[in-house]
Design a protein around this ligand. Structure first.
Ligand code: SIN
Length: 528
């Protein structure tokens, strides 16, 4: 079945919904999501939205905190846009009745999270900000946004001028071809490449695999953030225990009650995530269980209803004052190279939110900057398209590829365990090289015919593609920086400062900037 439209958005998290909301003022949009629209990692997000809103705070502080947490591996101009425009964007949502938590005086209640120098985290519904924001945005969508659930995008369509002109998808029964003026990737991250994750099982990096197969540039894949506190019971992660719990006074202890972050970092329990996650990892590697001590937090249940529910569902008695935890994969700083208007290296293909790599998160994202990124860059990208978007007129497809290749794939669980052990919170060249041998290369995936596969088989192949990028970049960067920790190269190396590992069409390059010199100008030419 063929559908013609202005814009296709792939994904249904905060960035996708914010884009749909803004773009619907002028365009017809088809929003395609491979699951239920309320089933993404955005919906589960417990942390809030980091944005300056109090008198004693300033965007320069927020900027500094972001750069420090990410170890200065940023495109700082984009971070500036994020914190400055982010402040306006959240205010705009509040002015349009997005409900935020307030104190008894009616002021916005501001929480503290790791590596923030000020309390600036805005919440909605306590620890259910993602749910509140997704519900709010869905409710604002008009009729010209058509939603397709349980439909998987499996191939981006390119025209004979090298522009993206649409996408092929499939649901349980049928295949679809969408022709569109713009395709927006907003598919989220890839936490579920790992056996222990805070993400929903769907977050396997489909958007990155799709873009890579189409020839787009992908960067920063070695930077996978592990969150220090996932609820951990009988060897399995059961959900997130938000950093806001430590912002409210909670702290890390081991099974003997010893505090784990004392003397380890000036910010103690609120150190950046790569620091706290690594400390929890090391303690657990000695065979010692770790916990969050919450005994000092009054009214825990009313402050953290979502965490309370997850704990109760899993038989944890909060009255004991401690929650069993372990670190798990949480956020991918890398992704499809995009600028602040979502423009990728392929004209008319845009990327926004966690799937994109805009250089705002550096080597380790600052807490609660991800929902901020989704609403802010979702809006910036969409406003730019509203103003400057042009209709696609060339739907002549590029010559078809020969697709007679075969793929040998691991079972999903085996791949996730391998990734956790060999490309997880700590890596070394031996383990990375071993896992790389199990993963397909670019030519193999390019010559494979996905159209004949089931959705599950396609997802599995995409997991392999995205994993191969994480592993290759991790092997290449011979240093430790932010969330990328190499046992065999335990320090930061000055020669890796401001170097980006960029993949394109099967090649891996190390370059001095996230963007090629002429990338933006090429896109401007192609767009307008
Ligand atoms: C958290 O609530 O700890 C996670 C929030 C985030 O990822 O920024």
């Amino acid at each position: 079945m063929k559908i013609e439209t202005d814009i296709v958005i792939i994904g249904s998290g905060i960035a996708a919904l914010q884009a749909a909301r803004v773009l619907s003022a002028r365009f017809t949009i088809h929003l395609i999501t491979k699951s239920d629209i309320r089933n993404g990692s955005s919906y589960k997000a417990q942390g809030g939205i980091a944005a300056v809103s109090s008198q004693d705070d300033h965007t320069t502080f927020h900027l500094k905190d972001t750069l420090d947490a990410g170890e200065h591996h940023h495109v700082s101009e984009h971070v500036k846009h994020l914190v400055e425009q982010g402040k306006e964007t959240i205010q705009d949502l509040i002015n349009h009745n997005f409900p935020v938590d307030r104190n008894e005086h009616g002021d916005i209640s501001l929480g503290l999270e790791g590596a923030h120098s000020k309390a600036r985290i805005i919440h909605s519904g306590g620890d259910a900000t993602g749910k509140a924001l997704v519900d709010y945005l869905i409710d604002t969508l008009p009729k010209n946004v058509k939603i397709h659930e349980y439909e998987l995008a499996y191939e981006l369509l390119m025209n004979n001028s090298g522009e993206c002109m649409g996408v092929k998808t499939k649901n349980n029964d049928k295949d679809f071809i969408y022709h569109a003026s713009y395709v927006i990737l907003a598919t989220g991250g890839a936490g579920a490449l790992y056996a222990c994750t805070s993400n929903c099982p769907d977050s396997v990096g489909d958007g990155i695999a799709l873009a890579y197969l189409a020839g787009a540039q992908i960067a920063d894949m070695e930077f996978v953030q592990f969150h220090p506190s996932l609820l951990y019971i009988n060897g399995a992660a059961k959900g997130l225990v938000s950093e806001a719990v430590r912002g409210a006074g909670g702290y890390f202890i081991n099974e003997n009650g010893h505090r784990l972050m004392e003397g380890k970092h000036p910010l103690g329990d609120l150190a950046p995530r790569h620091v706290t996650a690594y400390e929890m990892y090391k303690e657990r590697a000695k065979g010692i269980e770790v916990y969050l001590d919450i005994s000092m937090i009054s009214d825990f249940k009313s402050k953290f209803p979502t965490i309370t529910q997850i704990c109760e569902e899993n038989g944890i008695a909060l009255s004991k004052g401690r929650i069993p935890i372990a670190p798990g994969s949480h956020f991918l700083m890398g992704g499809v190279v995009a600028d602040r208007y979502g423009r990728t290296s392929i004209p008319r293909l845009l990327a926004v939110g966690e799937v994109a790599c805009t250089g705002v998160h550096g080597a380790n994202r600052l807490a609660s900057n991800s929902l901020l990124e989704g609403i802010t860059f979702g809006k910036l990208m969409s406003e730019n398209l509203l103003e400057n978007g042009k209709k696609q007129r060339n739907f002549i497809e590029s010559p078809p590829l020969k697709r007679d290749g075969k793929l040998t794939l691991l079972q999903a669980q085996i791949l996730q365990n391998e990734m956790l052990q060999k490309a997880g919170i700590i890596r070394n060249s031996v383990g990375l090289a071993k896992i790389l041998k199990l993963l397909p290369n670019y030519n193999q995936v390019r010559s494979f015919d996905f159209s004949r596969c089931t959705k599950k088989q396609i997802e599995l192949a995409f997991m392999h593609i995205t994993s191969s990028l994480v592993v290759s970049a991790s092997l290449m960067r011979e240093e430790s920086r932010g969330a990328h920790i190499r046992k065999d190269f335990p320090s930061k190396c000055p020669s890796w400062q401001n170097k980006w590992i960029v993949f394109e069409k099967g090649k891996m390059n190390v370059r001095d900037g996230l963007y090629e010199q002429d990338q933006a100008s090429n896109n401007v030419k192609a767009f307008f």
